[in-house]
Ligand binder design. Structure first.
Ligand SMILES: Cc1cc2nc3c(=O)[nH]c(=O)nc-3n(C[C@H](O)[C@H](O)[C@H](O)COP(=O)(O)OP(=O)(O)OC[C@H]3O[C@@H](n4cnc5c(N)ncnc54)[C@H](O)[C@@H]3O)c2cc1C
Length: 473
């Protein structure tokens, strides 16, 4: 069987890696000049940086085994230190009682408790929005401080228009009791968002995917600068792909991680109702502004969430606080500032110089830089980063997925490939299971892999000594 994989991010590379290992004939087509997708690492001002913060964490033994098979022992454990910047104050995240109390003040803290208590006694009616989901669980005041502003910056829509699915997938099962228990230092199995240590590759997040690509290239083929225009088919049976260059490649099966909307619109004979449905499936873009500061000791966080509504920046990463291998002998600190925008937004159209100036001003206003200079700037634009879970998106998505499910030999997977708000571990799992279906004729339901799944058989996490099962950890 000849298998083609569209996209060299974590999902596509994992699928191709597993297929190559299993003896299948595989070719991977990547649109850009490098592998890793949103998880790629690159060299900047003599250091290794990622596209914003990339923490790898999973409790799924299948995902972790694969990650370790590739990383071997070329990783370090990082002690997470992250904070939230809001109203001119820095809140430790996960929350710590004394820090939270000092920042909120006694009166505001009591208001938060009262507002939480009110939801316990007299909950607001359940709705389908992110706002209603969070308010019912944490109370309105905590929602306003810790959830609303950041989420609205990220998604570009009101939290009332954001589907509760986002919360259900990402903060599912996180309860006030768990937040408080964690803040009191009580141990137990931690919710993913509260995990305080994670594994990080010596060569940056992208190292894992570069190694996968090297392995595949040894057995099959990895084509860079090879954007796929569309998947070809005959009577809904896949026959291959056509590249933007006009070249066609015959294939028996295609695993696609290109945007779901573009994949479906590109199929010959696509019905108008499917085209209409894709118009409701929107992606949010990211702009990363990198700043170079000739100092080594600016602040301790690996990243900071910027909730303050007066700043457009949403998150700041300090690459100097991950592992020393990233910055080597350099005497500089590299920061990356994340901004989110839609195609039509003025922000997306700003020049690099305007964005760098904006980044400099906003960083200065936080006080995080003190008197330090900023001596250089660099901008990376990442289109279609976040699948927007606008309310009712599922009904439109279903029209598209029902249509694609009729095709024989086509598996859409990945973050924008399946329109799922994946982290890298979810994309790795999708790639793994897609390959597994082909190699072993299993029928793992790839659409069913959620972005907060816990139905795996074996739980194990990565430690400095390798994989440790959940019972031992
Ligand atoms: C700022 C930021 C921070 C993040 N932080 C974390 C984190 O802390 N932890 C974590 O686990 N995850 C994080 N993520 C998410 C992580 O990057 C993604 O989950 C992961 O990269 C998804 O992998 P993927 O293979 O599904 O998609 P992608 O990484 O998007 O890969 C898709 C690939 O397909 C290629 N492609 C697209 N169209 C075509 C075409 N027509 N032809 C050929 N190739 C094509 C693209 O160029 C790309 O290389 C973060 C993402 C961002 C943007």
């Amino acid at each position: 069987m000849k298998v083609g994989v569209i996209g060299g991010g974590p999902a596509g590379l994992t699928a191709a890696y597993e297929l190559a290992k299993g003896g299948a004939e595989v070719q991977l087509f990547e649109a850009s000049d490098a592998v890793g997708g949103m998880c790629r690492s690159f060299q900047l001002w003599g250091q290794t940086v990622d596209l914003g913060p990339h923490r790898f964490f999973s409790s799924d033994a299948r995902v972790n085994r694969l990650w370790l098979e590739i990383a071997e022992f070329d990783y370090r454990m990082v002690d997470r230190f992250t904070r939230i910047y809001y109203g001119g104050k820095f809140f430790q995240y996960p929350l710590q009682p004394t820090n939270a109390l000092a920042n909120l003040g006694v009166i505001e803290a009591l208001r938060c408790v009262a507002s939480y208590g009110r939801q316990r006694i007299l909950p607001e009616p359940a709705g389908e929005s992110f706002e209603s989901w969070v308010v019912r669980r944490f109370g309105r005041r905590l929602y306003e401080i810790f959830f609303r502003t950041y989420s609205e910056k990220l998604w570009g829509i009101s939290c009332q228009d954001l589907d509760a699915d986002f919360a259900a997938q990402r903060i599912k099962k996180l309860s006030m009791a768990e937040v408080v228990k964690n803040a009191m230092g009580l141990t137990g199995k931690k919710h993913q968002t509260l995990v305080d240590q994670f594994a990080y590759p010596l060569g940056g997040t992208g190292m894992i995917y570069e190694r996968m690509a090297d392995y595949i290239d040894g057995l099959g083929q990895v084509h860079l600068n090879a954007p796929v225009k569309h998947v070809t088919h005959k009577n809904q049976k896949v026959t291959g792909v056509e590249l933007m260059s006009g070249k066609t490649v015959k294939l028996d099966h295609v695993i696609s991680t290109m945007p779901l909307t573009l994949l479906s619109k590109g199929l010959e004979g696509v019905p108008q109702r499917v085209v209409e449905a894709t118009k409701h499936l929107k992606f949010r873009n990211t702009i990363l502004v990198y700043l170079r500061v000739p100092e080594t000791d600016l602040f301790d966080d690996q990243w900071i969430y910027v909730h303050s509504p007066d700043l457009l920046v949403g998150r700041v990463t300090n690459f100097r606080n991950w592992i020393p291998e990233l910055y080597g002998q350099s005497g500089d600190t590299i920061l990356s500032l994340e901004y989110w925008a839609n195609d039509e937004d003025q922000l997306w159209k700003e020049t690099d110089q305007q964005l760098i100036e904006r980044g400099k001003q906003e960083m200065r206003s936080t006080g995080l830089l003190g008197a330090a200079e900023i001596i250089d700037g660099h901008v990376v634009r990442v289109p279609r980063c976040y699948p927007v879970y606008a309310r009712n998106y599922k009904s439109h998505l279903r029209v598209v997925t029902d249509y694609l499910s009729q095709f024989q030999g086509l598996d859409p997977i990945g973050r924008y490939g399946a329109f799922k708000y994946n982290n890298q571990d979810h994309s790795i799992l999708m790639g793994r299971l897609a390959a597994d279906n082909l190699l072993t004729a299993r029928e793992n339901d790839l659409w069913a892999i959620n972005t907060d799944y816990d139905s795996y058989q074996e739980a194990a996490t990565i430690t400095s000594a390798g994989l440790v099962s959940a019972e031992t950890a």
